[in-house]
Design a binder for this molecule. Structure first.
Ligand SMILES: Nc1nc2c(c(=O)[nH]1)N[C@H]1C(S)=C(S)[C@@H](COP(=O)(O)OP(=O)(O)OC[C@H]3O[C@@H](n4cnc5c(N)ncnc54)[C@H](O)[C@@H]3O)O[C@H]1N2
Ligand code: MOO
Length: 400
């Protein structure tokens, strides 16, 4: 059977470039930047005053001059005003551009101002104080934000400041989410005593929305002809199909056969893991990828986080997320020859250690348990006994 690592490698070997698009910069939040953002001029673009007060030349201090005639007042956004002598100063505001004749700012708190004269109240004055020098952060033409990273609020701020009103970002794949099964009714429908409401498709959609990825949804009944027709249509109109359910050994699990008939090449079926063992993954020759997750809600949820999101991350050109490790807060035993993904509740201890308390639940149909946990802890296949204090990798599905 395919191991978790092999499944991951097979999936990550199928990265695809969906191209780029240009968006108004405010709409690019959460997307992946497709080109470097460069400074259109030095940052800051002029010697920027950082305290309200007066501007003097440091020569005055060297000559022992401690009171200054206020020649003018300069607000931020006004043209720089020069002084003509060491005994002069300009009253100046934070954000103003400093004239080349001035090099030191003294804040109001250190002055006594009367009748147009500012008297220094402190002895310790340093040349260049309270000035953010031109080009200190970045020079014109420098990269201020490199491509292949998520557009964050800080990058929106940089784009605005260098005048990039439109940003090139990576295009998303077109995603279709398919649920299947005659036992499933929609959320607004009243289920009979032997039906349930479908939820996996909404879970997947919610996770994708959290990653800024739009997706369409479709439900198909347990009918082989309809299954084939509908999936065939999706193979022509989408880049990625995310299925849940209908892939195990049941008499009405028509999905693997339909995919085979539609010439989606199976790359693996069944992974040595719990939950999610029946996971099916394949690729159509036109490039469409099919992730068919097992129907049990926890299995779908785990596979989405463990396999699809890292693929999405990599296919959009983002660097791999650094692994997160946590310390097991209780003993745990698991004997089947399957890699177990244990649901855990995470907390930081007062020593700054990420601690993981096992919250076992009632198997992969128990979605109530998902709401009470934060992550899956990936327990190594080679072991059966996992002791309190041991450290293992975790896959977070909630921020801690
Ligand atoms: N003989 C065997 N039976 C099963 C095996 C096996 O190896 N041999 N594996 C089990 C495991 S593990 C899982 S997981 C499930 C996966 O089966 P399917 O992918 O075919 O899923 P279904 O049978 O269609 O559904 C399973 C379960 O999940 C519910 N479900 C499905 N879709 C949704 C949805 N959109 N929202 C909410 N719930 C959903 C469905 O009603 C079933 O209860 O197979 C085991 N059987
Ligand atoms: O994958 Mo199944 O989720 O172990 O029930």
């Amino acid at each position: 059977m395919t191991t978790v690592e092999e499944a991951e490698q097979i999936i990550l070997a199928r990265l695809q470039d969906y191209g780029t698009e240009t968006l108004p910069f405010e709409q690019a939040l959460g997307r992946v930047l497709a080109a470097d953002i460069k400074a259109d001029r030095d940052l800051p673009p002029f010697n920027r005053v950082t305290m309200d007060g007066i501007a003097i030349t440091y020569q005055a201090i060297q000559q022992g001059v401690t009171s200054y005639h206020i020649k003018a007042t300069q607000a931020a956004g006004e043209e720089p005003v020069n002084i003509g002598a060491t005994g002069e100063c300009i009253e100046i505001m934070t954000g103003a551009a400093l004239s080349a004749t001035l090099d030191t700012i003294i804040r109001y708190e250190d002055l006594d101002i009367n009748n147009g004269v500012a008297k220094l109240l402190v002895a310790d004055v340093k040349q260049g104080q309270n000035i953010h020098s031109k080009g200190k952060d970045k020079k014109q033409g420098d990269t201020v934000a490199a491509k292949d990273q998520l557009v964050t609020p800080a990058i929106i701020s940089l784009a605005a400041s260098v005048g990039e009103a439109a940003l090139p970002v990576k295009k998303h794949p077109r995603v279709m989410i398919i649920s299947s099964g005659d036992e499933l009714v929609d959320v607004t429908d009243e289920p009979s005593g032997y039906q349930i409401r479908r939820s996996n498709n909404y879970t997947i959609k919610a996770v994708l929305t959290g990653h800024g990825l739009p997706a369409d949804m479709l439900h198909i009944p347990d009918d082989p002809a309809v299954t084939k027709k509908q999936i065939g249509h999706c193979l022509q109109n989408y880049d990625v199909i995310l299925l849940s359910g209908g892939i195990s050994m049941g008499k009405f699990d028509y999905i693997p056969q339909a995919l085979e008939d539609l010439e989606v090449k199976k790359l693996f079926h069944k992974v040595q893991q719990r939950p999610g063992k029946p996971f099916w993954f394949g690729r159509h020759q036109n490039g469409v990828l099919v992730f068919a997750f097992p129907g049990n809600p926890v299995a779908t949820f785990m596979c989405l986080h463990r396999y699809f999101l890292p693929w999405l991350n990599a296919t959009l050109g983002l660097p791999p997320q650094p692994p997160v490790y946590a310390q097991l807060a209780g003993n745990f035993t698991f004997t089947p020859q399957l890699q177990y993904f244990l649901q855990v509740k995470l907390t930081f201890t007062d020593q700054g250690v990420l601690s993981a308390r096992p919250v076992e639940g009632n198997g992969s149909g128990d979605f109530a348990n998902l709401a009470d946990t934060d992550a899956f802890m990936e327990l190594p296949l080679a072991k059966n006994e996992f002791k309190q204090g041991e450290v293992f990798k975790v896959h977070l599905f909630k921020p801690v």
